[in-house]
Design a protein around this ligand. Structure first.
Ligand SMILES: [Zn+2]
Length: 189
């Protein structure tokens, strides 16, 4: 429990703070209400799946299939006499199969590692955006009279429906910022 002696910030639209509440308190007090659902805290992104046994198993299966195919093809197309037989096929075919296995195995793994790196890059970006949105959400206030939200010091009120836009905006309109730079906001109405 934190007693907050500071009065809530003034609503930029009606210029009063008697109907202003911190959104985090509002959501906590009435979690089921439609308003609380609209103003719910930003949800954290899910992390990318980790490379696991399934990947290695998949890579092994693909590699073995490719190796068998390569061995068979080499055996069929090879003109060399069937002298050095290994497992019933020419040793050159076996050699081709082993090389194919190694290349495909490494290749499939490389592909998965690349996909993983890309996914975690996306996740990092999403996580950063979410973190910023969460911090902004903690500062978010709601005016019951005007049915809109705002960040302390902001010069305009944002409709409840556009709260996500406000939370995830690259840069929220700053108190001193010129209105030309501000993102779309309701201008009375
Ligand atoms: Zn107001």
């Amino acid at each position: 429990m934190t007693a907050n002696p500071a009065p809530p910030p003034v609503c930029p639209q009606c210029g009063q703070n008697d109907m202003v509440r911190r959104v985090s308190n509002l959501v906590q007090d009435e979690p089921g209400s439609p308003l609380a659902q609209k103003l719910a805290a930003p949800r954290s992104p899910r992390p990318a799946a980790v490379l696991g046994c399934a990947t290695s198993f998949f890579a092994t299966m693909v590699s073995i299939s490719a190796a068998i195919l390569a061995t068979g093809l080499t055996e069929l197309t090879s003109m060399a006499p069937r002298t050095g037989l290994l497992f019933g096929v020419r040793d050159t075919s076996v050699f081709t199969g082993i090389i194919t296995f190694l290349f495909v195995f490494v290749g499939v793994h490389a592909m998965f590692v690349w996909r993983q790196a890309r996914a975690s890059r996306f996740f990092r970006r999403a996580f950063t955006a979410w973190h910023q949105a969460s911090e902004r959400w903690q500062q978010l206030h709601y005016c019951h009279r005007c049915d809109g939200v705002f960040l302390p010091g902001q010069s305009s009120l944002t409709p409840v429906d556009q709260v996500q836009m406000l939370l995830y905006a690259r840069r929220p309109s700053q108190p001193a910022a010129s209105p030309a730079n501000a993102p779309t906001s309701a201008e009375g109405g």
